[in-house]
Design a protein around this ligand. Sequence first.
Ligand code: ZN
Ligand code: ZN
Length: 362
Amino acid sequence: MNGADGSRVDRLVAALATAGPDASPLDAYLVTNLVNVEYLTGFTGTNGACLVSNERRVFLTDFRYAERAAAIQGWETEIISGLWLEGLARRLEGRTGFEDDQVTVRTSNQLKQAAGSAELLEAGGQVERLRRVKDPDEIELIAAAAAMTDRLYELLIERGLSGQTEVQVDNWLTGWMREQGAEPSFPPIVASGPNGASPHAEPGPREIGPGELVTVDMGVKLDGYCSDCTRTFATGNEGDLDSLSREIYDVTLRANEAGLAAVKAGADGAAVDEVARAVIREAGYGQNFGHGLGHGVGLEIHEAPRLGPSSKDELIAGEVVTVEPGIYVSGATGVRIEDLAVVGEGGVERNLSSVTKELLFI
Ligand code: ZN
Ligand code: ZN
């Protein structure tokens, strides 16, 4: 269970003063996104909600979770029997914000209809905003997930890649994670040779040969928190690798380092992206980097903030973000290098990815 504690819900309650439309105040807030529910209460189950106001903190679930609900500290618990949405709606009072970015239009209409005199207002994103900045316990949990991922990279480096299919490597990576009591935080990417040209390649039956690049992007979910790290390896001997692959590796590495050097509290997500992107553009590969530079990581593998050309986010100390530039050459090869960094006041406070970024031939 994560370190959910009262200070998170205190911060949520404080935010209600301006959380309504046009920064109007709300009386209460209904949290239905299960990741947000977990963040506030520590509850991990398939059905639960939080109703939060100045006066009350109520955790709602159904009979299956009655026992788990009773163990949640600092919250009144109520068990909803019968129809879930009606049960929620019956408990709403006054101006209540809800996570309009998380519920379907149909659910939202049903809730509004059943809410009686309570006024339901679109006010999504409140808990996501709190989740951006990690508390020290969360940073340690993410660091532990990252350390496990680093260990797996070390084992992969010892084991090598040549002669196996992408699927075999993927199965081995995923199997190891499960043996350690973790889960993949997303399906690992093992993209060899020309498959590396696709940023989201799925592992396939292709056998990894000598003299090619192999991009491995993976992370674990451990005690609720995710890690995310990409390394690109070469196979065979140094002389086997073509000069294009070598060149795009070096450019991507410089972009990764420039991006990391630009990460600090107060920097704009778009500006950090541009620092790394400029390195790639100036090397002549501007058209070959088609995704954003990075994203926040926490309870979810992709969360706020975003580092990318259209990001409106300004970095805050305590956020954990990836820096993952890539160069993808269609039909030929690709590189991505991704680190996981804790944002500090004056720069990266801690790089949680410790696997070497020197091009290894494995
Ligand atoms: Zn990744
Ligand atoms: Zn990532």
